[in-house]
Design a protein around this ligand. Structure first.
Ligand code: C2E
Ligand code: MG
Ligand code: MG
Ligand code: MG
Length: 277
């Protein structure tokens, strides 16, 4: 009986796998078409100095609006873009789009505002990645330090030395580097120390319960680590005033979260800037 039921479960499992594979292939095909038809947008979520309340920058976040008007979450399509290799062209588009936004902010009098873009592992594995990023800052004639690359610890999982070398080169050109989602992934402290970082981003999971008794210890430890490494510390996912006040007490430098603003199209970000600086 046991054997029979195992067999049944296996067949069922296999069917489920096939459905999932087909779904995935369909999504990838749709993503490829929609990217080619320019249906991907880059939205911006403001980042503020915690002491002054002024906007100091924004994180660029991809938005995919399909032809039928629905938004598909990056949490769903970024893994598919990585798996299919589409992330190479999409990522290149994101970097150039961010650079053009930096330029346009500058010409509107916001030359101090920086833009961060998320970068995936497959992008780093292309050997022209570093040159392409440098070229983008030159093409758009922007100060390289206004462009920040957000990497995660997981980027060090294989070939950490290749990644470290690439980041050191980018840093030499003046491009800024942030460590995203810190504390949630794989990390080797020894490589971490070799990364030429400017900012440390404290993941939302450590911020959510920060104002509850006994729940701040991880956030506090990460903030202290960042400060001792001479990095600017930014907390993400602030949704309530109590979290903001707690972070002020811990000496956190910068904040990003729905409490201040959700990600928005470029023109709305420009208006937000005009009202908040
Ligand atoms: P991430 O880099 O950690 O980005 C922060 C995510 O948290 C964003 O989700 C943002 O909308 C969300 N968020 C910000 N503040 C709050 C808050 O107060 N509450 C809540 N509940 N959420 C908040 P989003 O836009 O859905 O992006 C998800 C992930 O997709 C990003 O996480 C990033 O890993 C990836 N992603 C987005 N755009 C790109 C891109 O251009 N390239 C790559 N490689 N990955 C991207
Ligand atoms: Mg990010
Ligand atoms: Mg993050
Ligand atoms: Mg995150």
């Amino acid at each position: 009986l046991a054997k029979k039921s195992n067999q049944f479960h296996f067949v069922y499992y296999q069917q489920e796998m096939e459905e999932k594979t087909l779904w995935r292939l369909g999504m990838i095909r749709q993503l490829r078409t929609d990217f080619a038809e320019k249906r991907l947008e880059l939205w911006y979520q403001p980042q503020l100095n915690l002491n002054t309340g002024k906007v100091i920058g924004a994180e660029a976040l991809l938005r995919w609006k399909t032809a039928d008007g629905n938004f598909i979450s990056p949490a769903i399509f970024i893994p598919l873009a990585e798996y299919s290799g589409l992330i190479i062209d999409i990522g290149d588009w994101v970097i150039n789009k961010a650079c053009s936004t930096i330029k346009s902010l500058e010409s509107n009098g916001f030359g101090h505002v920086g833009i961060s873009v998320n970068v995936s592992i497959p992008q780093f594995k292309k050997d022209n990645f570093v040159d392409n990023v440098i070229q983008a800052t030159k093409t758009h004639k922007i100060p390289p330090n206004k462009l920040e690359l957000e990497i995660t610890e997981n980027i060090l999982m294989d070939e950490p030395q290749v990644v470290v070398d690439a980041l050191v080169k980018l840093k030499k050109e003046g491009i800024s580097i942030a460590l995203d989602d810190f504390g949630t992934g794989y990390s080797s402290m020894s490589y971490l120390q070799q990364l030429p970082l400017d900012r440390l981003k404290v993941d939302r999971s450590f911020i959510t319960h920060i104002a509850e008794p006994g729940k701040a210890i991880i956030a506090e430890t990460i903030i202290n680590l960042g400060k001792q490494m001479n990095l600017t510390v930014i907390a993400e996912g602030i949704e309530e005033v109590a979290q903001q006040e707690y972070l002020k007490g811990l000496g956190c430098d910068e904040v990003q979260g729905f409490f201040y603003a959700k990600p928005m199209p470029e023109n709305e970000f420009l208006t937000f800037l005009k009202n908040n600086s």
